[in-house]
Ligand binder design. Sequence first.
Ligand code: ADP
Length: 400
Amino acid sequence: MLLGYSWLLVACFVGFQYIREKEYRAGILDEQLQIYNRQILDAIAAGISVDECVKTQTTPFGGLRVTVMSTDGTPIYDNASDTLPQTNHLDRPEIREAIEHGIGHTVSRHSQTTDETYFYSAMAQGDFIVRSAAPYNVSLYRILEADRGFLWFMLIVTMLVSVFGWFSSRHIGKTETLYQESEKTRIKKQLTNNINHELKTPVAAIHVCLETLIDHPNLPESKRNEIIQRCYSNSKRLRTLLQDVSTLTRLEDGKDSIIRERVSVLQAIETAVAENPDADAFDIVIDVHKDIVLEGSPQLMLSVFRNLLSNAITYSQGNKIEILQPDPRTITFADNGVGIPSEHLERIFERFYRVDKGRSRELGGTGLGLSIVKNALAFHSATITATNLSPSGLQFIIRF
Ligand code: ADP
């Protein structure tokens, strides 16, 4: 494709250069003939007869045809035929040009008077127009012909550049594929490392709890319950983490195996609110006047609003959540809480990215919630962005 374009570009350039070269050469020829025309016109103005001028002046080309005419186009002298041409010459392009601009030329035209093809140059001055015409012969062709060496040079250079470009683009293509593969491996490795790290904490906590219970069978009831409670909450965290990781892996590697069915966005919002036991503590406004219905996964769509809702409840420290529809394909999800420091906003959709690491863990967060949201929306060809609200709060904008 790129190669095709560069060829086209070079073809245009060479073509343009070729035309310019021809024009340049025609210009040089015209200049020589015009010098001759001026000599004739000056001689006429000095009172010398046209016939004598033509015979005495040295011509720049052999076989030059000289025609003198009055400014109305009537020929009054022509050295190419014994009888003067009877036609008016005003319609000849070089004559018209000469009348308008003083000089004019025509690169090639066949003459009916002499049955030959000429290069014509005309000059108008005072009451006369002088036109000299060089017949097309081998030497004139040579003068007018563009330098073909230049064209060949351009062609060869283009071919060399194309071949070089083709090889290097193949090389770049290979390097790019290798880079993408190694990037993919690196991300996978990073994910595995993060998962290991995230798993270690709850597993170690459960281990310590169980060890304490085994080693101290006579612990007081209240202490025992406290340890069992800690064990339970850590196992819950472990379960959420495994669920989140499995959702993300499915979104990354098993997209094709997810069955697509009818998804109602409004239904996902309403279910997420209805099933969250802490939602009552918030004033929640849902104003989605025209439901958005897509082909996708109802479970994934539910997980989008489940995550956004539980984040707002857990982290915002606000008391109001608004889910609105500013236009038919956009849903906004906003709280009136503390928002997120702007330097973190860009990164909150990354896996395991937390604004306040300690607080998130403490509150049971895995750091995967918004990453799931983003990927689940991408599965439905939708995008999500986050902005802070004024005076306070965080707003997510989802575009379907
Ligand atoms: P987590 O599992 O920690 O909740 P998320 O990916 O869901 O991870 O969220 C990333 C971080 O973004 C959270 O740790 C939290 O600090 C911040 N965050 C998410 N939603 C809000 C919100 N509505 N208000 C303030 N901070 C938020």
